[in-house]
Design a protein around this ligand. Sequence first.
Ligand code: HSE
Length: 305
Amino acid sequence: KIVIAKAYSSSANLGAGFDILAMAHDAFHDVVEISSQPSSSLQVQVEANGVPKEPERNSASFALMKMLEEFGIKAKVKVKVNKGVPPGLGMGSSGASAAAAVVGGNELFNLGLSKDDLVKFAMQGEIASSGSPHPDNVAASVVGGVVAVISGEPVRVSEIPINLDFSLILFIPKVAIESKTKKAREMVPKQIELQKLVKNSRYLSSLILGLIKGDRDLVRLGLNDDIVERSRESLFPYYWKLKEEVIKYNAIGACVSGAGPTIAVFVDEKSERDEIIKRGLKICESYGYECNFKDAKVARGAWVE
Ligand code: HSE
C-alpha cells in the first residue's frame, strides 16, 4: 500500500501570535510518500533530500512514528520526503513535512483522526527538528488558511474566517541557519511585564478582528509584536527598516515569518507591489543580506493525492 500526501509552507506568529497563529501559504510545498508492508514490529525507514534521514531526526518520520506507536501499528513503513519548503528560513519547513506525513499515515492506515489529533501528532515532528513541539506551523499546514491554536493540551486549533483580500510578498534571505528555530526559541524572554502582555494582546486582537472584518487598518495595527520579534532582532536586522519602508508604499503591514529570517509583507490592491519588492530587496541588501522574493496566497491544508 502506498499514499502520496502534500502540505504547504506556512508563516507562524504573524506579529504578536507567538505559538498561537500561523498561515498556510502556497509559496512552497512538501511531498511525502508513505508505503507499508506487513511486519511483526514497527520499523520506519526514511529517504529524504536536504534533511536528516535518521527516523528520530526527521520531522516527517518522527511524527508518523509517534502516531503509529500510539495505535500499536506493526508494519514496515517507508517514508520518502521530497522537500519543496526550504529549511531554516522560517517558513514551516519541518512542519510541512510532518503535516503531510500524518495526513498520509491517517489515510494509509485508515485511522479516521480529527484535525486536532493530526496536529497533535504532527507537532511531535517539531521535537525532531527544533527540540520543542510548537504547534503553530503544523496547525496551518494540516488545516490550511489562517489558524489559531486555542489550546495546547489537549491540542485544539480553529481556522479564522478571512474576509480580507490580501496576499503575501515573502522576502527570503539567501542563507539558511541550521537548527535556527532552537536557537531562536532560546532568545525569547521567559518572563514579561504585564503592560507588555496587554499591548501584545491588543495587537493580536486587532489582527484577528481585522482579518474577520476585512479591515486592513486593523490588520496593519495587529501586525506588530513588542516581545518575541524584538528579542530575536539580531537574526533579521533589516526587518524594522523594511517594514517602515513597505508601509510607505501602502503595504497592509509586515511581520517576521515564524522565527525568521524571512519577512512576510501583507499586500492588497491598494499596495504598490513593484515598489515594495524593489525597495524591500534593496534594504535587505544594504544590511548585507541578499534576498529573493516570492508571492504567496493563503493555501489549503495537507491533502492526499
Ligand atoms: N512559533 C514558533 C517560533 C514558530 O516563533 O519559535 C517557529 O517557526
